[in-house]
Design a protein around this ligand. Sequence first.
Ligand SMILES: NC(=O)c1ccc[n+]([C@@H]2O[C@H](COP(=O)([O-])OP(=O)(O)OC[C@H]3O[C@@H](n4cnc5c(N)ncnc54)[C@H](OP(=O)(O)O)[C@@H]3O)[C@@H](O)[C@H]2O)c1
Length: 234
Amino acid sequence: MSGPPLSGRTAVVSGASRGIGLAIAEALQAAGAHVVRLARSLADTEGDGRTDLTCDVADAGAVARMARRVLDARGAPDILVNAAGVFLISPLAETTPEAFGAQLAGNLVAPFLVLRAFLPAMVGRGRGLLVTIGSVSDHEAFPGNAAYGAAKSGLRGMHAVLAKELRGTGVRATLLSPGPVDTAIWDSVDPDGTPGFTKRAQMLKAGDVAEAVLFVATRRDQVAIPELHIEPRN
Ligand SMILES: NC(=O)c1ccc[n+]([C@@H]2O[C@H](COP(=O)([O-])OP(=O)(O)OC[C@H]3O[C@@H](n4cnc5c(N)ncnc54)[C@H](OP(=O)(O)O)[C@@H]3O)[C@@H](O)[C@H]2O)c1
């Protein structure tokens, strides 16, 4: 009899304190993986099937220290999910340089830092899966989206380069780009009360994205899924 599909695997999930990252962490754990959950608001704790680590993934030093701990304790992760992210709706001319920089830091530099920290060990072992949570904004333009869209489009570009660099290494990379998902990321926007936004009831659920990650993570090693879009039905 076979056990859970991901038993014996280690997954690292950033942005796992709530929303999409939390749903992904729970799905991977339910499928048997030991999940290392990263977020600024998580306290360092050890549980059954999971490790929580406080980590600001936009801070290069904090990411390097976190990765050392994970690699020492568990070796190279089998699955690395970059789900941490920040959101901003603001017309370009009203976006401050600080706000623009914060979007790049949280949505582009942060996943770069986390990938960079784990890649050598994963490539060295010759097996593994990298999942990057992009967005519909990584391939579609929306007004008010200059900083977030620039960061997510940059993430798409970085993913495309990485996919080429990974050829022949045994490590696979997936860019998973969801449309609107009903999470706290929308709280500052109030999509239900603001014209032009998908209403919360019509949005995807975090669990829909988690199921997509689980699908990617449970394909056999020979199957690569470079890109996946998941959107609410029209
Ligand atoms: N919701 C959507 O409509 C939607 C659509 C497409 C793509 N996405 C993407 O999906 C991802 C998750 O979004 P969500 O909707 O789940 O947002 P959310 O509910 O606001 O959750 C964001 C998560 O990221 C973490 N985070 C943010 N900055 C961080 C940092 N510097 N270091 C560590 N953790 C950080 C937060 O934890 P702490 O605050 O505790 O650090 C939290 O766990 C993001 O990349 C977002 O761009 C979302």
